[in-house]
Design a protein. Structure first.
Length: 554
Protein backbone atom coordinates (compact mmCIF):
# COMPACT_ATOMS: atom_id res chain seq x y z
CA UNK A 1 0.00 0.00 0.00
CA UNK A 2 1.39 3.39 -1.02
CA UNK A 3 1.95 5.93 1.77
CA UNK A 4 -1.09 8.14 2.38
CA UNK A 5 -0.51 11.83 1.75
CA UNK A 6 -2.73 13.66 4.27
CA UNK A 7 -5.25 16.11 2.79
CA UNK A 8 -6.38 17.59 6.10
CA UNK A 9 -5.31 17.88 9.72
CA UNK A 10 -7.36 14.86 10.82
CA UNK A 11 -5.64 12.61 8.32
CA UNK A 12 -2.31 14.10 9.42
CA UNK A 13 -2.98 13.21 13.06
CA UNK A 14 -3.97 9.67 12.11
CA UNK A 15 -0.79 9.27 10.07
CA UNK A 16 1.19 10.37 13.13
CA UNK A 17 -0.69 7.93 15.39
CA UNK A 18 -0.05 5.05 13.02
CA UNK A 19 3.62 5.97 12.75
CA UNK A 20 3.81 5.89 16.56
CA UNK A 21 2.13 2.48 16.66
CA UNK A 22 -0.80 3.67 18.75
CA UNK A 23 -3.76 1.36 19.33
CA UNK A 24 -2.09 -1.51 17.47
CA UNK A 25 -2.04 0.56 14.27
CA UNK A 26 -5.83 0.47 14.03
CA UNK A 27 -8.16 3.12 12.62
CA UNK A 28 -11.68 2.72 13.95
CA UNK A 29 -14.16 5.61 13.78
CA UNK A 30 -17.86 5.98 14.55
CA UNK A 31 -20.82 8.10 13.56
CA UNK A 32 -22.78 8.73 16.80
CA UNK A 33 -26.07 10.59 16.16
CA UNK A 34 -28.64 11.27 18.84
CA UNK A 35 -31.98 9.84 17.64
CA UNK A 36 -33.91 13.02 18.47
CA UNK A 37 -34.55 14.27 14.95
CA UNK A 38 -33.82 13.72 11.28
CA UNK A 39 -30.29 14.16 9.95
CA UNK A 40 -29.41 17.25 7.92
CA UNK A 41 -26.67 18.19 5.48
CA UNK A 42 -24.29 18.98 8.35
CA UNK A 43 -24.62 15.40 9.56
CA UNK A 44 -23.96 14.25 6.00
CA UNK A 45 -20.57 15.93 6.16
CA UNK A 46 -19.80 14.08 9.41
CA UNK A 47 -20.98 10.77 7.94
CA UNK A 48 -18.75 11.21 4.90
CA UNK A 49 -15.82 12.24 7.11
CA UNK A 50 -16.08 9.33 9.54
CA UNK A 51 -16.74 6.57 7.02
CA UNK A 52 -14.42 8.09 4.41
CA UNK A 53 -11.50 8.54 6.82
CA UNK A 54 -11.59 4.98 8.11
CA UNK A 55 -11.85 3.60 4.57
CA UNK A 56 -8.84 5.64 3.47
CA UNK A 57 -6.72 3.99 6.16
CA UNK A 58 -8.20 0.51 5.73
CA UNK A 59 -10.18 0.82 8.96
CA UNK A 60 -13.80 0.39 10.01
CA UNK A 61 -16.67 2.58 11.21
CA UNK A 62 -19.47 1.97 13.69
CA UNK A 63 -22.95 3.44 13.66
CA UNK A 64 -23.91 4.18 17.25
CA UNK A 65 -27.01 5.91 18.53
CA UNK A 66 -26.28 8.03 21.60
CA UNK A 67 -29.74 7.42 23.03
CA UNK A 68 -29.39 8.77 26.57
CA UNK A 69 -32.43 11.08 26.59
CA UNK A 70 -35.69 9.12 26.12
CA UNK A 71 -37.77 12.27 26.47
CA UNK A 72 -36.74 13.36 22.96
CA UNK A 73 -35.86 10.11 21.22
CA UNK A 74 -38.01 7.95 18.95
CA UNK A 75 -37.64 4.76 16.93
CA UNK A 76 -38.81 6.78 13.91
CA UNK A 77 -35.62 8.81 14.10
CA UNK A 78 -33.48 5.69 14.45
CA UNK A 79 -35.00 4.19 11.31
CA UNK A 80 -34.63 7.42 9.33
CA UNK A 81 -30.96 7.79 10.30
CA UNK A 82 -30.11 4.26 9.18
CA UNK A 83 -31.90 4.89 5.89
CA UNK A 84 -29.97 8.12 5.34
CA UNK A 85 -26.56 6.58 6.06
CA UNK A 86 -27.23 3.69 3.69
CA UNK A 87 -28.59 6.03 1.00
CA UNK A 88 -25.37 8.06 1.15
CA UNK A 89 -23.53 4.87 0.27
CA UNK A 90 -22.02 3.80 3.60
CA UNK A 91 -22.27 0.49 5.42
CA UNK A 92 -21.62 -0.14 9.11
CA UNK A 93 -21.95 -3.89 8.40
CA UNK A 94 -22.60 -5.67 11.71
CA UNK A 95 -21.34 -2.76 13.81
CA UNK A 96 -24.63 -1.21 14.93
CA UNK A 97 -24.57 -0.04 18.54
CA UNK A 98 -26.53 2.07 21.01
CA UNK A 99 -25.39 3.91 24.11
CA UNK A 100 -28.25 2.04 25.77
CA UNK A 101 -26.29 -1.16 25.12
CA UNK A 102 -23.98 0.06 27.89
CA UNK A 103 -26.49 1.26 30.48
CA UNK A 104 -25.57 -1.57 32.86
CA UNK A 105 -21.83 -1.00 32.40
CA UNK A 106 -22.24 2.74 32.79
CA UNK A 107 -24.14 2.23 36.01
CA UNK A 108 -21.48 -0.16 37.32
CA UNK A 109 -18.74 2.33 36.40
CA UNK A 110 -20.63 5.09 38.23
CA UNK A 111 -20.80 2.86 41.31
CA UNK A 112 -17.04 2.33 41.06
CA UNK A 113 -16.41 6.08 40.89
CA UNK A 114 -18.65 6.61 43.93
CA UNK A 115 -16.69 3.98 45.86
CA UNK A 116 -13.44 5.75 44.93
CA UNK A 117 -14.82 9.03 46.22
CA UNK A 118 -14.90 10.51 42.73
CA UNK A 119 -18.68 10.95 42.40
CA UNK A 120 -21.37 12.18 44.77
CA UNK A 121 -25.08 12.89 45.06
CA UNK A 122 -26.25 16.50 44.95
CA UNK A 123 -29.76 17.45 46.14
CA UNK A 124 -29.57 21.04 44.94
CA UNK A 125 -31.69 22.28 42.05
CA UNK A 126 -30.21 22.66 38.60
CA UNK A 127 -30.45 26.45 38.93
CA UNK A 128 -28.42 26.43 42.17
CA UNK A 129 -25.85 24.03 40.73
CA UNK A 130 -25.41 26.27 37.68
CA UNK A 131 -24.98 29.34 39.89
CA UNK A 132 -22.46 27.60 42.15
CA UNK A 133 -20.35 26.58 39.15
CA UNK A 134 -19.25 30.20 38.91
CA UNK A 135 -17.85 31.74 35.74
CA UNK A 136 -14.69 31.17 33.69
CA UNK A 137 -13.02 33.93 35.76
CA UNK A 138 -14.64 33.08 39.12
CA UNK A 139 -14.12 29.69 40.83
CA UNK A 140 -17.11 27.55 41.62
CA UNK A 141 -18.55 26.86 45.06
CA UNK A 142 -18.51 23.34 46.50
CA UNK A 143 -21.84 21.60 46.92
CA UNK A 144 -22.79 21.01 50.59
CA UNK A 145 -22.74 17.26 49.86
CA UNK A 146 -19.46 17.22 47.89
CA UNK A 147 -17.56 15.53 50.71
CA UNK A 148 -20.28 13.12 51.85
CA UNK A 149 -19.17 9.54 52.36
CA UNK A 150 -19.01 6.99 49.54
CA UNK A 151 -21.34 4.75 51.54
CA UNK A 152 -24.03 7.44 51.80
CA UNK A 153 -23.69 8.37 48.12
CA UNK A 154 -23.90 4.75 47.06
CA UNK A 155 -27.04 4.13 49.13
CA UNK A 156 -28.81 7.14 47.63
CA UNK A 157 -27.67 6.25 44.10
CA UNK A 158 -29.16 2.78 44.51
CA UNK A 159 -32.38 4.35 45.78
CA UNK A 160 -32.42 6.64 42.72
CA UNK A 161 -32.20 3.58 40.51
CA UNK A 162 -35.01 1.95 42.52
CA UNK A 163 -37.28 4.94 41.70
CA UNK A 164 -37.47 6.10 45.33
CA UNK A 165 -36.81 9.72 44.33
CA UNK A 166 -38.80 11.98 42.04
CA UNK A 167 -37.47 13.80 38.99
CA UNK A 168 -35.43 16.86 39.90
CA UNK A 169 -34.78 15.69 43.46
CA UNK A 170 -31.11 14.86 43.04
CA UNK A 171 -28.35 14.10 40.56
CA UNK A 172 -25.04 12.26 40.52
CA UNK A 173 -22.02 14.48 39.87
CA UNK A 174 -18.39 13.67 39.14
CA UNK A 175 -15.98 15.05 41.73
CA UNK A 176 -13.28 16.76 39.68
CA UNK A 177 -12.28 20.41 40.20
CA UNK A 178 -14.60 23.29 41.08
CA UNK A 179 -11.82 25.81 40.41
CA UNK A 180 -10.93 24.56 36.92
CA UNK A 181 -10.78 27.19 34.20
CA UNK A 182 -12.78 24.76 32.08
CA UNK A 183 -16.39 24.97 33.21
CA UNK A 184 -17.08 21.43 32.01
CA UNK A 185 -14.65 20.09 34.63
CA UNK A 186 -16.48 21.70 37.55
CA UNK A 187 -18.15 18.58 38.92
CA UNK A 188 -20.30 17.78 35.86
CA UNK A 189 -23.53 15.83 36.08
CA UNK A 190 -23.32 12.11 35.38
CA UNK A 191 -26.89 10.91 36.05
CA UNK A 192 -30.32 12.50 36.40
CA UNK A 193 -33.70 11.05 37.29
CA UNK A 194 -35.97 10.80 34.25
CA UNK A 195 -39.08 8.69 34.61
CA UNK A 196 -39.61 8.15 30.91
CA UNK A 197 -39.77 4.83 29.04
CA UNK A 198 -36.86 4.28 26.69
CA UNK A 199 -37.40 3.25 23.07
CA UNK A 200 -35.17 0.19 23.61
CA UNK A 201 -35.02 -0.56 27.34
CA UNK A 202 -38.64 0.22 28.17
CA UNK A 203 -39.24 0.93 31.87
CA UNK A 204 -36.08 -0.76 33.13
CA UNK A 205 -34.39 2.54 33.99
CA UNK A 206 -35.58 5.72 35.66
CA UNK A 207 -32.09 7.24 35.82
CA UNK A 208 -30.17 7.99 32.64
CA UNK A 209 -26.52 8.90 32.01
CA UNK A 210 -25.63 12.34 30.70
CA UNK A 211 -24.22 12.56 27.18
CA UNK A 212 -20.74 13.65 28.30
CA UNK A 213 -20.53 10.72 30.69
CA UNK A 214 -21.78 8.07 28.27
CA UNK A 215 -20.02 9.19 25.11
CA UNK A 216 -16.37 8.54 25.91
CA UNK A 217 -17.05 5.23 27.63
CA UNK A 218 -19.09 4.05 24.63
CA UNK A 219 -16.15 4.91 22.38
CA UNK A 220 -13.80 3.07 24.70
CA UNK A 221 -15.85 -0.11 24.96
CA UNK A 222 -16.26 -0.25 21.17
CA UNK A 223 -12.55 0.11 20.51
CA UNK A 224 -12.83 3.46 18.74
CA UNK A 225 -9.41 4.93 17.99
CA UNK A 226 -10.40 8.35 16.64
CA UNK A 227 -13.50 10.10 17.95
CA UNK A 228 -14.13 12.72 15.26
CA UNK A 229 -16.63 15.39 16.34
CA UNK A 230 -17.51 19.02 15.73
CA UNK A 231 -15.65 21.96 17.18
CA UNK A 232 -18.11 22.79 19.96
CA UNK A 233 -16.94 19.61 21.73
CA UNK A 234 -13.35 20.83 21.94
CA UNK A 235 -13.92 22.23 25.45
CA UNK A 236 -15.50 18.89 26.42
CA UNK A 237 -12.35 16.97 25.51
CA UNK A 238 -10.66 17.20 28.96
CA UNK A 239 -13.81 15.71 30.51
CA UNK A 240 -13.94 13.02 27.79
CA UNK A 241 -10.33 12.13 28.61
CA UNK A 242 -10.92 12.25 32.39
CA UNK A 243 -13.73 9.70 32.30
CA UNK A 244 -11.84 7.39 29.95
CA UNK A 245 -8.71 7.63 32.07
CA UNK A 246 -10.71 6.56 35.14
CA UNK A 247 -11.53 3.24 33.48
CA UNK A 248 -7.89 2.28 34.11
CA UNK A 249 -8.04 -1.19 32.55
CA UNK A 250 -5.71 -0.88 29.53
CA UNK A 251 -3.23 1.38 27.74
CA UNK A 252 -5.63 1.87 24.84
CA UNK A 253 -7.22 5.34 24.59
CA UNK A 254 -9.57 6.80 21.98
CA UNK A 255 -8.47 10.19 20.67
CA UNK A 256 -11.02 12.96 20.24
CA UNK A 257 -10.40 15.24 17.24
CA UNK A 258 -12.60 18.24 16.49
CA UNK A 259 -13.44 19.91 13.17
CA UNK A 260 -15.61 22.89 12.26
CA UNK A 261 -19.27 22.12 11.72
CA UNK A 262 -20.99 22.86 8.44
CA UNK A 263 -22.98 26.07 8.17
CA UNK A 264 -24.84 26.91 4.95
CA UNK A 265 -26.44 30.14 3.83
CA UNK A 266 -30.19 30.59 3.45
CA UNK A 267 -31.14 27.88 5.92
CA UNK A 268 -31.03 26.88 9.58
CA UNK A 269 -29.19 23.84 10.92
CA UNK A 270 -30.54 23.66 14.46
CA UNK A 271 -32.52 20.48 15.12
CA UNK A 272 -34.73 22.46 17.46
CA UNK A 273 -35.56 25.01 14.77
CA UNK A 274 -36.05 22.38 12.10
CA UNK A 275 -38.45 20.61 14.44
CA UNK A 276 -40.26 23.93 14.95
CA UNK A 277 -40.67 24.34 11.19
CA UNK A 278 -42.27 20.90 11.04
CA UNK A 279 -44.44 21.07 14.16
CA UNK A 280 -45.81 24.54 13.38
CA UNK A 281 -46.61 23.69 9.77
CA UNK A 282 -44.20 25.99 7.95
CA UNK A 283 -43.11 22.94 5.97
CA UNK A 284 -45.02 19.72 5.30
CA UNK A 285 -42.69 17.34 7.13
CA UNK A 286 -39.04 16.48 7.73
CA UNK A 287 -38.74 15.37 4.10
CA UNK A 288 -40.16 18.59 2.67
CA UNK A 289 -37.86 19.37 -0.29
CA UNK A 290 -37.17 22.84 1.14
CA UNK A 291 -35.60 21.36 4.28
CA UNK A 292 -31.83 20.84 4.63
CA UNK A 293 -32.50 17.33 5.95
CA UNK A 294 -30.98 14.42 4.08
CA UNK A 295 -34.45 12.99 3.44
CA UNK A 296 -35.60 16.40 2.20
CA UNK A 297 -32.67 16.68 -0.18
CA UNK A 298 -33.31 13.13 -1.37
CA UNK A 299 -36.96 13.91 -2.09
CA UNK A 300 -35.95 17.07 -3.90
CA UNK A 301 -33.75 15.06 -6.24
CA UNK A 302 -30.27 15.33 -4.78
CA UNK A 303 -28.07 12.29 -5.33
CA UNK A 304 -25.66 10.57 -2.93
CA UNK A 305 -22.76 11.39 -5.26
CA UNK A 306 -23.61 15.10 -5.27
CA UNK A 307 -23.69 15.26 -1.47
CA UNK A 308 -20.47 13.29 -1.08
CA UNK A 309 -18.79 15.57 -3.63
CA UNK A 310 -20.09 18.59 -1.76
CA UNK A 311 -18.67 17.30 1.53
CA UNK A 312 -15.32 16.76 -0.16
CA UNK A 313 -15.28 20.26 -1.69
CA UNK A 314 -16.18 21.92 1.63
CA UNK A 315 -13.18 20.22 3.22
CA UNK A 316 -12.15 19.84 6.84
CA UNK A 317 -10.84 22.73 8.93
CA UNK A 318 -10.81 24.03 12.47
CA UNK A 319 -12.10 27.44 11.42
CA UNK A 320 -15.83 28.17 11.68
CA UNK A 321 -17.26 29.54 8.47
CA UNK A 322 -20.35 29.64 6.29
CA UNK A 323 -20.62 27.84 2.96
CA UNK A 324 -22.77 29.38 0.26
CA UNK A 325 -25.69 27.09 -0.59
CA UNK A 326 -24.80 27.80 -4.23
CA UNK A 327 -21.91 25.33 -3.84
CA UNK A 328 -24.32 22.55 -2.92
CA UNK A 329 -26.48 23.48 -5.91
CA UNK A 330 -23.40 23.48 -8.14
CA UNK A 331 -22.59 19.92 -7.03
CA UNK A 332 -26.03 18.58 -7.94
CA UNK A 333 -25.95 20.37 -11.31
CA UNK A 334 -22.57 18.84 -12.10
CA UNK A 335 -23.76 15.37 -11.16
CA UNK A 336 -27.12 15.48 -12.92
CA UNK A 337 -25.67 17.08 -16.03
CA UNK A 338 -23.79 13.83 -16.58
CA UNK A 339 -26.55 11.45 -15.52
CA UNK A 340 -30.01 12.93 -16.01
CA UNK A 341 -32.28 11.89 -18.87
CA UNK A 342 -33.35 14.89 -20.97
CA UNK A 343 -37.05 15.35 -21.66
CA UNK A 344 -39.33 18.22 -22.63
CA UNK A 345 -41.99 19.60 -20.31
CA UNK A 346 -44.20 22.68 -20.69
CA UNK A 347 -45.14 24.25 -17.35
CA UNK A 348 -47.33 27.15 -18.55
CA UNK A 349 -48.88 25.83 -21.75
CA UNK A 350 -49.82 27.97 -24.72
CA UNK A 351 -51.64 26.01 -27.44
CA UNK A 352 -50.35 26.08 -31.03
CA UNK A 353 -52.27 24.72 -33.98
CA UNK A 354 -50.04 24.02 -36.98
CA UNK A 355 -52.53 24.82 -39.72
CA UNK A 356 -50.65 23.22 -42.63
CA UNK A 357 -49.91 19.97 -40.77
CA UNK A 358 -52.04 17.01 -41.95
CA UNK A 359 -55.23 16.40 -39.99
CA UNK A 360 -55.29 13.38 -37.64
CA UNK A 361 -51.63 12.74 -38.31
CA UNK A 362 -48.74 12.14 -35.92
CA UNK A 363 -45.10 11.28 -36.38
CA UNK A 364 -42.02 10.75 -34.26
CA UNK A 365 -38.89 12.85 -34.16
CA UNK A 366 -35.59 11.65 -32.74
CA UNK A 367 -34.21 13.26 -29.58
CA UNK A 368 -30.90 12.88 -27.76
CA UNK A 369 -31.24 11.51 -24.24
CA UNK A 370 -28.10 13.12 -22.83
CA UNK A 371 -25.45 14.90 -24.92
CA UNK A 372 -22.93 14.30 -22.10
CA UNK A 373 -23.25 10.53 -22.41
CA UNK A 374 -23.72 9.02 -25.86
CA UNK A 375 -24.33 5.61 -24.26
CA UNK A 376 -27.71 6.89 -23.03
CA UNK A 377 -28.84 6.79 -26.66
CA UNK A 378 -31.84 8.46 -28.26
CA UNK A 379 -35.61 8.39 -27.96
CA UNK A 380 -38.66 8.99 -30.13
CA UNK A 381 -40.82 12.02 -29.35
CA UNK A 382 -44.35 12.31 -30.85
CA UNK A 383 -45.19 15.35 -32.99
CA UNK A 384 -48.68 16.35 -34.06
CA UNK A 385 -50.84 19.15 -35.41
CA UNK A 386 -51.43 20.56 -31.92
CA UNK A 387 -48.49 21.27 -29.65
CA UNK A 388 -47.83 23.35 -26.53
CA UNK A 389 -45.05 25.80 -25.82
CA UNK A 390 -44.27 27.92 -22.77
CA UNK A 391 -46.44 31.02 -22.63
CA UNK A 392 -43.38 33.17 -21.92
CA UNK A 393 -41.86 32.02 -25.22
CA UNK A 394 -44.40 34.12 -27.14
CA UNK A 395 -44.75 37.90 -27.20
CA UNK A 396 -47.38 39.62 -29.30
CA UNK A 397 -45.46 42.88 -29.39
CA UNK A 398 -41.84 41.79 -28.96
CA UNK A 399 -39.01 44.00 -27.78
CA UNK A 400 -35.87 44.33 -29.89
CA UNK A 401 -34.06 41.65 -27.91
CA UNK A 402 -36.90 39.16 -27.82
CA UNK A 403 -35.90 36.42 -30.26
CA UNK A 404 -38.54 33.81 -29.48
CA UNK A 405 -41.91 33.39 -31.15
CA UNK A 406 -43.87 36.47 -32.24
CA UNK A 407 -46.31 37.30 -35.06
CA UNK A 408 -44.55 36.85 -38.39
CA UNK A 409 -41.41 35.42 -36.75
CA UNK A 410 -39.89 31.99 -37.18
CA UNK A 411 -38.33 29.74 -34.49
CA UNK A 412 -37.01 26.21 -34.27
CA UNK A 413 -38.84 23.53 -32.33
CA UNK A 414 -36.26 21.38 -30.58
CA UNK A 415 -35.59 18.18 -32.65
CA UNK A 416 -38.54 18.99 -34.95
CA UNK A 417 -39.28 21.82 -37.40
CA UNK A 418 -39.19 25.53 -38.01
CA UNK A 419 -42.57 27.16 -37.36
CA UNK A 420 -43.86 30.65 -38.13
CA UNK A 421 -46.63 32.44 -36.20
CA UNK A 422 -49.40 33.70 -38.46
CA UNK A 423 -52.40 34.39 -36.23
CA UNK A 424 -53.10 35.09 -32.56
CA UNK A 425 -56.42 33.83 -31.16
CA UNK A 426 -57.87 35.59 -28.10
CA UNK A 427 -60.90 35.05 -25.88
CA UNK A 428 -63.63 37.61 -25.20
CA UNK A 429 -61.51 39.23 -22.50
CA UNK A 430 -58.53 39.69 -24.78
CA UNK A 431 -56.42 36.88 -23.36
CA UNK A 432 -54.27 34.92 -25.80
CA UNK A 433 -55.55 31.34 -25.86
CA UNK A 434 -54.12 29.92 -29.06
CA UNK A 435 -51.62 30.56 -31.86
CA UNK A 436 -51.98 29.48 -35.45
CA UNK A 437 -48.66 28.67 -37.07
CA UNK A 438 -47.30 26.97 -40.14
CA UNK A 439 -44.38 24.59 -40.25
CA UNK A 440 -41.73 24.01 -42.89
CA UNK A 441 -41.65 20.25 -43.60
CA UNK A 442 -38.19 20.62 -45.13
CA UNK A 443 -36.69 21.51 -41.75
CA UNK A 444 -37.24 18.20 -39.92
CA UNK A 445 -34.56 17.70 -37.30
CA UNK A 446 -34.24 21.43 -36.82
CA UNK A 447 -32.14 22.47 -39.82
CA UNK A 448 -33.13 24.33 -42.98
CA UNK A 449 -31.79 22.96 -46.31
CA UNK A 450 -31.52 26.50 -47.66
CA UNK A 451 -29.23 27.46 -44.78
CA UNK A 452 -31.49 30.06 -43.19
CA UNK A 453 -31.02 30.61 -39.49
CA UNK A 454 -33.31 31.34 -36.57
CA UNK A 455 -32.28 32.88 -33.29
CA UNK A 456 -34.34 30.76 -30.90
CA UNK A 457 -35.00 27.10 -30.22
CA UNK A 458 -38.05 26.28 -28.12
CA UNK A 459 -38.99 23.16 -26.20
CA UNK A 460 -42.51 21.87 -26.73
CA UNK A 461 -44.86 18.96 -26.09
CA UNK A 462 -47.27 17.51 -28.65
CA UNK A 463 -50.88 17.11 -27.64
CA UNK A 464 -50.72 13.58 -29.02
CA UNK A 465 -49.32 11.42 -26.21
CA UNK A 466 -48.78 14.30 -23.78
CA UNK A 467 -48.96 13.41 -20.09
CA UNK A 468 -50.61 15.75 -17.63
CA UNK A 469 -48.35 16.51 -14.67
CA UNK A 470 -47.94 18.75 -11.64
CA UNK A 471 -44.69 20.68 -11.24
CA UNK A 472 -43.57 22.00 -7.87
CA UNK A 473 -41.09 24.84 -8.09
CA UNK A 474 -39.01 24.93 -4.92
CA UNK A 475 -36.85 27.88 -3.98
CA UNK A 476 -34.75 28.67 -0.92
CA UNK A 477 -36.72 28.51 2.31
CA UNK A 478 -35.40 31.85 3.62
CA UNK A 479 -34.96 35.22 1.95
CA UNK A 480 -31.97 36.15 4.12
CA UNK A 481 -28.63 34.35 3.70
CA UNK A 482 -28.26 34.31 7.50
CA UNK A 483 -31.78 33.90 8.93
CA UNK A 484 -30.35 32.76 12.25
CA UNK A 485 -27.93 35.65 12.70
CA UNK A 486 -30.20 38.51 13.75
CA UNK A 487 -30.36 39.22 17.49
CA UNK A 488 -33.41 41.45 17.14
CA UNK A 489 -35.42 39.21 14.83
CA UNK A 490 -36.70 35.64 14.81
CA UNK A 491 -35.52 33.37 11.99
CA UNK A 492 -39.16 32.78 11.04
CA UNK A 493 -39.43 36.42 9.96
CA UNK A 494 -37.25 35.57 6.96
CA UNK A 495 -39.33 32.71 5.59
CA UNK A 496 -39.63 32.98 1.83
CA UNK A 497 -43.33 33.21 0.86
CA UNK A 498 -42.40 32.04 -2.64
CA UNK A 499 -40.37 29.00 -1.55
CA UNK A 500 -43.00 26.75 -3.20
CA UNK A 501 -45.10 27.36 -6.29
CA UNK A 502 -47.34 24.59 -7.58
CA UNK A 503 -48.10 24.46 -11.29
CA UNK A 504 -50.95 22.05 -11.92
CA UNK A 505 -51.64 22.34 -15.65
CA UNK A 506 -48.39 21.10 -17.15
CA UNK A 507 -47.59 18.70 -19.99
CA UNK A 508 -44.62 16.36 -20.33
CA UNK A 509 -43.64 14.06 -23.16
CA UNK A 510 -44.75 10.41 -22.81
CA UNK A 511 -41.21 9.10 -22.27
CA UNK A 512 -41.55 9.63 -18.50
CA UNK A 513 -44.61 7.38 -18.18
CA UNK A 514 -43.97 4.78 -15.50
CA UNK A 515 -40.93 6.58 -14.06
CA UNK A 516 -40.33 5.54 -10.47
CA UNK A 517 -40.28 8.00 -7.57
CA UNK A 518 -37.01 9.96 -7.23
CA UNK A 519 -36.08 9.40 -10.90
CA UNK A 520 -34.08 12.38 -12.15
CA UNK A 521 -34.70 14.31 -15.37
CA UNK A 522 -33.50 17.47 -16.99
CA UNK A 523 -36.44 19.41 -18.38
CA UNK A 524 -34.80 21.10 -21.33
CA UNK A 525 -34.33 24.84 -20.77
CA UNK A 526 -36.07 24.66 -17.38
CA UNK A 527 -33.84 22.84 -14.92
CA UNK A 528 -33.42 19.53 -13.15
CA UNK A 529 -36.50 17.77 -11.78
CA UNK A 530 -37.35 14.47 -10.16
CA UNK A 531 -40.47 12.37 -9.66
CA UNK A 532 -42.08 12.98 -6.28
CA UNK A 533 -43.49 10.05 -4.24
CA UNK A 534 -46.87 11.83 -4.32
CA UNK A 535 -47.20 10.77 -7.96
CA UNK A 536 -50.12 8.53 -8.92
CA UNK A 537 -51.02 6.44 -11.95
CA UNK A 538 -53.17 9.34 -13.15
CA UNK A 539 -50.79 12.21 -12.51
CA UNK A 540 -47.05 12.50 -12.20
CA UNK A 541 -45.71 15.06 -9.74
CA UNK A 542 -42.30 16.60 -10.36
CA UNK A 543 -40.10 18.55 -7.95
CA UNK A 544 -37.63 21.10 -9.24
CA UNK A 545 -34.28 20.04 -7.82
CA UNK A 546 -32.35 23.04 -9.09
CA UNK A 547 -32.37 25.45 -11.99
CA UNK A 548 -29.95 25.04 -14.89
CA UNK A 549 -27.92 28.02 -13.70
CA UNK A 550 -27.42 29.91 -10.45
CA UNK A 551 -29.81 32.84 -10.80
CA UNK A 552 -29.74 33.87 -7.13
CA UNK A 553 -27.43 36.86 -7.64
CA UNK A 554 -29.33 38.33 -10.57
Amino acid sequence: MDPIVPKNFIQQQIVEDLAAGKNNNRVHTRFPPEPNGYLHIGHAKSICLNFGTSKLFGGITNLRFDDTNPAKEETEYVDSIMEDVKWLGFDWEERLYYASDYFDKLYDFAVELIKRGKAYIDFQSQEVISEQRGTPTRPGVDSPTRNSSPEENLRIFEDMKASLYEEGTCVLRAKIDMSSSNMHMRDPLMYRILKQPHHRTGDKWCIYPMYDYAHGQSDYWEGITHSICTLEFEVHRPLYDWFVEELKDSDYRPRQIEFSRLNITSTVMSKRKLLQLVKEGYVKDWDDPRMPTICGLRRRGYTPDSIRNFADMVGVTKVDGVTDVALLEYCIREDLNKKAQRVMCVTDPLKIVITNYPENSTEEVEAINNPEDENMGKRKVPFSKVIYIEREDFMEEPSNKFYRLAPGKEVRLRYAYFIRCNEVIKDDEGNIVELHCTYDPETKGGNAPDGRKVKATLHWVAESGALSCEVRLYDRLFTDPDPDGHKDKEFLEFLNPDSLKVLGNCYVEPFVKGATPLSNFQFERLGYFNVDPDSTADKIVFNRTVSLKDNSKK
